[in-house]
Write a protein that binds this ligand. Sequence first.
Ligand SMILES: Nc1ncnc2c1ncn2[C@@H]1O[C@H](COP(=O)(O)OP(=O)(O)OP(=O)(O)O)[C@@H](O)[C@H]1O
Length: 255
Amino acid sequence: MGGTILRTENLVKTFGGLRAVDGVSIKVDERTLTLIIGPNGSGKSTLINVITGFLKADSGRVLFKGEDITNMPPNEVYRQGIVRTFQTPQLLKSLTVLENMLIANVHPGEGVISALRKSQWLETEEEYVERAWELLKFLKLDHLWDRPAGSLSGGQMKLLEIGRALMTEPELIVMDEPVAGVAPSLAHDILQKLVSLKEQGITVLLIEHRLDIVLGYVDHLYVMFNGKVLTEGKGRVGIERVVNDPRVAEIYMGG
Ligand SMILES: Nc1ncnc2c1ncn2[C@@H]1O[C@H](COP(=O)(O)OP(=O)(O)OP(=O)(O)O)[C@@H](O)[C@H]1O
């Protein structure tokens, strides 16, 4: 484990009178897998939306590698080295698996066509194809390279979404429910892939409901409730303590 790559300080996001994120301070260490759990409506998605620039904070700060990135627009956050994946993979379903990989570097808000026309893209085209191919092999999607993305299974689409995120060579990947709706064996495959990303220097921050499947892969666990961090734990012992905390069972039973 290295130093802290991402930190939030007293982050607040309100919707009208509702404090969806209510003074959240978290730390994500380099090359770890950090998981945020919490019952529905506890503020997890809002928190990662604020971190990744999809929502503006009312107050508090987001620091990435020590730099203040609070309220930067998503494309700026992305340029800093943070990539986001969504619960529903954001794929272009009529394009092939390989094509989806190749257009992954299109900045949010930038048209696909104009990005593809860029001379800069053409210069690095060979490199991109190589990288896409390596990643497809890593994700065991290479045999599907010429299939339309829309013909993949739900789990394969999640993998392709991860592949697209990795095409951008991120330092931090923020994921919204990467194994939701995925069969257990493929879910474990996906999580093992995420663990092996740590060895490549990538840090993973994720939200996930399926604790039974995810917990064994996690280095740092945060529990959110009512917009706040209820408790947290690091390492086997710390995580075990959180999981056995009666307050955690209580919020899930209440929700
Ligand atoms: N755009 C919005 N406008 C108004 N209220 C919102 C908005 N987004 C979220 N909320 C509210 O903020 C609170 C936190 O929601 P959020 O989606 O962050 O929770 P969550 O922990 O991610 O839940 P889930 O696990 O169901 O995705 C909820 O009460 C929700 O209804």
